[in-house]
Design a protein around this ligand. Structure first.
Ligand code: HEC
Ligand code: HEC
Length: 299
């Protein structure tokens, strides 16, 4: 009996030691990713404050979901705040106290939105810059011009404190820092002409790849938590719904978040895309039609 207890005691000690090693490893690996410094060459973009540019920037900000994480007033908003994930808020993007853009140079804005890197060189956690890096110089300049006109909001940003689940996700590479996913040497076009064609659709659809995959076949969303539903197949495969929809039906699905059969889209599918204008939605439809058909989730 004594011997048995001794074995159990040793067993428990080994398990505890392994647990400690795992916890320390998770802490060290996740911290190294968070603190990694990125040096990139930031190419300047023209940021003009003319009214047409500001209006274009407002439309882009409103249709790309910036408010989902930065708040409807851009003074900062919650990304998550619970025991398992920890606390992460989108930054205050206004000139008010609690934000830091008031002292920013134009290149700091470009580095953040196009490269996903803060002024001190650190990756911006969960800021989906990989979906904005494709923006043309003109569109990026427009977004920045617009954000500079947003009224100041005085709101302190709660300090980021990652929980155990976030740390594990970072360690195993399921949570990422955007600069890891961006080709920083790629030169973006100066402008992309808005037209109801597949070329403009391809440009817009870059913002769908995070969830629908780089070939748009949908399936498991790598960047999301395990309880997220699979993304729909947007290729014209025989079994994808989109293949059977007319252009008008496709537009109505995005506008109303309801399919022609009346079923509602899961809220994980961002509602902000419903604010894209007719030309943009027609362009997306035209682009998805040109894709090679692939079964759902075959990436
Ligand atoms: C999924 C949530 C999310 C969305 C959507 C999002 N952001 Fe962010 N963004 C963040 C988070 C979180 C941070 C802070 C990251 C950090 O501090 O590590 C951030 C940081 C930034 C920063 C740097 C601010 C600073 O003080 O360092 C800028 C600029 C920015 N975002 C602009 C935008 C713009 C423009 C859009 C839309 C085109 C956008 N973001 C969409 C989550 C998001
Ligand atoms: C944050 C993740 C996410 C992003 C980004 C996203 N989607 Fe989705 N989308 C989903 C999910 C999840 C579904 C499935 C919803 C459901 O099952 O109800 C979906 C469904 C759809 C559907 C319905 C298709 C069907 O067969 O029911 C369309 C259309 C669609 N998305 C288009 C787009 C377009 C266009 C973009 C980019 C402009 C985009 N999505 C970006 C997550 C996303």
């Amino acid at each position: 009996m004594k011997k048995f207890l001794k074995i159990v005691g040793w067993g428990a000690a080994v398990v505890a030691a392994l647990g400690l090693v795992a916890a320390v490893t998770v802490r060290l690996v996740s911290q190294a990713r968070l603190e990694k410094s990125y040096a990139v060459t930031v190419r300047p973009v023209k940021i003009s404050g003319d009214a047409a540019m500001v209006a274009r920037g407002k439309h882009i900000a409103e249709t790309r979901g910036c408010a989902d994480c930065h708040g409807p007033d851009y003074g900062g908003g919650k990304v998550f705040d619970d025991g398992a994930m920890g606390r992460l808020f989108g930054s205050n993007l206004t000139r008010g106290t609690g934000g830091r853009v008031a002292t920013w140079k134009d290149e700091d804005w470009v580095r953040a939105i196009r490269h996903g890197i803060g002024p001190e060189g650190r990756g911006l956690l969960l800021m989906p810059a990989e979906e904005y890096t494709h923006l043309s110089d003109e569109d990026l300049g427009a977004v920045i011009a617009y954000l500079k006109t947003v009224p100041a909001v005085n709101r302190e940003r709660p300090e980021t404190a990652l929980g155990p689940v976030s740390r594990v996700l970072l360690t195993i590479g399921k949570m990422y820092l955007p600069p890891e996913k961006i080709d920083h040497s790629k030169t973006q076009p100066a402008t992309v002409a808005a037209a109801a064609n597949a070329e403009f659709g391809r440009y817009l659809a870059a913002g769908c790849t995070g969830c629908h995959g780089s070939n748009y076949s949908g399936g498991k969303i790598e960047i999301g938590p395990p309880d997220w539903p699979h993304a729909a197949n947007l290729t014209p495969h025989a079994e994808s719904r989109i293949a059977k929809w007319s252009e008008a039906e496709f537009i109505a699905v995005l506008r109303t978040a309801k399919r022609p059969d009346g079923t509602e889209l899961n809220p994980v599918m961002p509602r902000t895309f419903g604010k894209l204008d007719d030309t943009e939605l027609k362009a997306l439809y035209a682009f998805f039609k040109t894709l090679p058909p692939v079964a759902q989730g075959v990436r």
